[in-house]
Design a protein around this ligand. Sequence first.
Ligand code: UDX
Length: 456
Amino acid sequence: MEQKPRPAHCLVLPYTMQGHINPMHQFSKSLVSKGVKVTLVTTKFMFKSFQQLSGSMPVEAISDGFDDGGYVSAAQESYFSKFKEVGSESLGKLIEKLNAAGSPVDCIIYDGVMRWVLDVAKSFGLVAAVFFTQACAVDNIYYHVKQGLLEVPVKKRVSVPGLPVLEPLDMPSFVRDPSSFAGSLDIFVNQFSDISEVDWVFCNTFYELEEEVIQWMSKQLRVRAIGPTIPRKYLTNQKTPEDDTDTGLQIFKPNIESCMNWLNEQQDHSVVYVSFGSLAELDAGQMLELACGIKESNKQFLWVVRASEEGKLPKGFVEETSTRGMVVQWCSQMDVLAHKALGCFATHCGWNSTLEALCLGVPMVAIPIWTDQGTNAKFIADVWKAGVKVDVDENGVFKREMVQQCIREVMDGEKGKEIRATSRRWMEMAREAVKEGGSSDMSIGEFVGSFTRHSE
Ligand code: UDX
């Protein structure tokens, strides 16, 4: 009797930050749905949280050298170099263990910021696939820096193939100011070291959204757009019971019930949702301008202020605005964006937040703070026309009047209507991309097909 080939086995290694875990977890689910065996690999410190959150997907742990969690206090550069040193050995041992246990590994998909995983994959003769969590446009900028085609710091307007003309403020902050957050530019540029040895390059985007830049990048590398990596239930009506309970892999505990109850009481399209993601830290001045801009817009609002940021809220703000606003420490963002009460999303333009808003057709007020957010904001306002942008200067300063004006423009103005219609078109295109036979679904299928043959 002909023997059925065993399913291919992929290790998936996300970097353990909120904005990096979810996309790779959702991508892993797409692979599983196409018959691949996926094992998620995280640090020993995060192991238990991953186990609780990953459903039926197996999880294994490697050491990053900070098994008790002390990494929080380590400087970024020393954390990355420790992780590389300890993690390389620990990952090698894990592969040997799985191979010996009759579950041989065929492929490793790693977060680009953990570039050292490529060396481990190649030393075991495995297929190596890198996963970029940011926009393909942003990846292309870092690729140009790596190739020596873009001189940093960028001080004047530049042309990069596949992208519109970009001003310095449209650039990732580390490219504009390499000295900020020491080591960060190197981490992103280093994603492209020995990139020709990588078998697949996955970008969390969809072809229709970034067509030009994807086309250009595909001429250099084996780039495939496989996104948006949003839980299925928000993208399709054909969901399974397991999809129903999936709100993503959350590190912070969301305040689901109270947010939803509050939103249920609001009129359709009346609420401004405000969130700056899991990392951005505003200074007291930025917080004041944002709070005043929200308040003076006179709109209903739901504002996520993480526990670590709460102390910066202007005194009395919560009490003064309690009749029309709600401040929470964390919410289930996808459920909030999907709610019919939502009118717009005032966002820092983290890539996940940007994709989530596009996928749910929610217009954006872009207030970029750092890293890739300036580039995302440029695309939101000028290329995709899915929102408006607040002017933020090179020191991160923005004005309450402009926050207020942008909120009103999107919520009330004629331009707002156009933006809402355009946002809905993006939502439809995102849904098409992940549908069976859609652009991202086909890319995932191509990868799975090639790699299944490889494992036979
Ligand atoms: C970071 C960077 O800042 C971002 O620019 C980069 O593109 C990815 O890594 P982060 O700042 O956390 O991410 O922003 P973002 O990418 O938007 O991710 C935040 C995630 O947290 C989103 O998936 C969002 O849905 C989720 N979230 C946020 C919640 O579930 N609840 C909240 O209350 C706030």
